[in-house]
Design a protein around this ligand. Structure first.
Ligand SMILES: [Zn+2]
Length: 459
């Protein structure tokens, strides 16, 4: 076996390029040899980079301005001339590739030496002079070795169009393999159908919704075996590298959210999860919506909150119809996995809510339910619970609603700070247990709490 050329570097452009080359030729990244690199360079030029849309709007316009393969000065030159210039460039890089060592000055791999500095027309987001862009200490250009610089030239093949370009990076090889395979397949289909649109584009302009769509599509492909890694990092870079400057936004996709989404995909209540997600879309007239296009780019508070580490508990609760969407099982998955809530706390809240449900039903006390729904501060809420404790004892309850220990440690561990969360969780469970009974009682108008108002407080 010949020597390994590429190992992953952690540099998003270089790793994307390695995956793109690997998927283009259908070989594992570690199996790539020098002949493969030459073959891919020529094939990608012939198929993709020689296409006007690519060399002009994408390579020159967004990734490699005035690049070796995308210099406006060459646009009118014959194809054969452009091709020989491109191949000379690629082959020079390939010929300079040295074996991997244990150290080196390349800022990407650190395993080979850089032989020259590269600027923005070859490595996106670097710069020089007045246009230094996103590089540490504002130095001119960056030190890359020829192998890493070569890989970067092919990174656009697995970029995703979402306004600017989106580059995904993960430390999970499984995720990167699945994603690069999808992106390359999409490109090959475009070219074989002679319908060239540019980078992988599914009509997403809302970048956060795009993340969830991309991650969801990867999870779909993962199959039932899932991932061997429990925690994976996923970062999205949305950028544009154009002549006058560069844009860059970096988004981290939380590992806990990824893990939660993979579990939920196989959850029996997955359809309920889709309902919860739908409730997160804002400004959508669902009556008028005919297809996904009608809402896929609207802001989604469920997605936003998941990305920002904010609670989405409110979206599990349909206050209007007194319904607990997804059931306790799905909700507790979310609480433990994403909110990192103590298992004992989740269990205590459920037990207290079960006792409250029992009390409300046995004493036909729907007014108490109404008060549990509408209590608007910590003091009122705890006073209400105290009154219920008294009534239960008066009714001959054998066990208390909760112990002092439960109260301090599990129900309201942060007192005034997070009591709302406890209130919501208790309500959710009561709706779950008593839904049919509440419906039988008739949901009177005065009990319907303004849904939007409550949701706004949850955000
Ligand atoms: Zn390198």
């Amino acid at each position: 076996m010949s020597e390994i050329i590429y190992e992953f570097t952690g540099n998003p452009f270089v790793d994307a390029g390695i995956w793109a080359i690997s998927q283009w030729i259908g070989k594992k990244p570690k199996e790539l040899d020098i002949e493969d690199l030459k073959m891919v360079a020529e094939d990608v030029f012939d198929t993709v980079y020689s296409h006007k849309k690519w060399y002009s709007s994408i390579l020159h316009g967004m990734v490699f301005p005035n690049g070796k393969v995308s210099n406006p000065g060459d646009f009118k030159k014959p194809l054969s001339e452009r091709k020989s210039k491109a191949l000379i460039y690629y082959n020079e890089l390939i010929e300079e590739i040295e074996p991997l060592r244990s150290s080196g000055s390349c800022i990407s791999c650190g395993r080979r030496n850089s032989k020259k500095r590269y600027y923005k027309s070859e490595i996106p987001l670097t710069g020089s002079g007045k246009c230094q862009n996103f590089f540490s200490f504002g130095t001119d250009g960056a030190d890359y070795c020829p192998a890493c610089a070569f890989a970067v030239q092919f990174s656009p093949l697995i970029m995703y169009k979402c306004g600017d370009l989106l580059l995904m990076h993960s430390d999970s090889e499984t995720l990167m393999r699945i994603w690069s395979k999808k992106a390359i397949k999409n490109l090959k289909v475009q070219f074989s159908a002679a319908n060239v649109e540019g980078p992988f584009n599914e009509g997403y302009k809302n970048v956060k919704n795009a993340f969830f769509h991309i991650v969801g599509s990867i999870i779909d492909e993962m199959g039932i075996r899932g991932l061997s890694e429990k925690q994976v990092s996923i970062t999205f870079y949305r950028f544009k590298n154009f002549n006058q400057g560069a844009n860059l936004d970096v988004y981290y996709f939380p590992a806990v959210v990824f893990s939660f989404l993979t579990d939920i995909k196989r959850h029996e209540n997955y359809d309920d999860w889709m309902r919860i997600v739908r409730r997160g879309y804002r400004y959508v007239d669902w009556e008028a919506v005919k297809e996904e296009k009608g809402y896929k780019n609207n802001p989604n508070t469920v997605y936003n909150n998941l990305l920002e580490g904010k609670s989405i508990i409110g979206f599990f609760i349909d206050r209007k119809n007194k319904e607990a969407i997804g059931g306790w099982n799905l909700l507790s998955n979310y609480l433990e996995e994403v909110r990192n809530m103590d298992e004992k706390r989740v269990e205590t809240i459920r037990e207290v809510a079960d006792k409250l449900s029992e009390y409300i039903k046995a004493s036909e006390d729907i007014k108490t339910l109404n008060k549990l729904e509408t209590a608007s501060n910590y003091r009122n809420y705890t006073n209400l619970l105290r009154k219920i404790i008294k009534k239960r004892i008066g009714n001959g309850a054998e066990e208390p609603l909760f112990s002092f220990d439960d109260y301090v440690n599990y129900l309201f561990p942060e007192g005034n700070l997070t009591w709302r969360e406890t209130q919501d969780l208790i309500l959710f469970r009561i709706y779950e247990v008593l839904h049919d009974w509440i419906v039988q009682q008739g949901i009177s108008e005065e009990l319907v709490v303004e849904e939007e108002e409550m949701e706004a407080e949850n955000v």
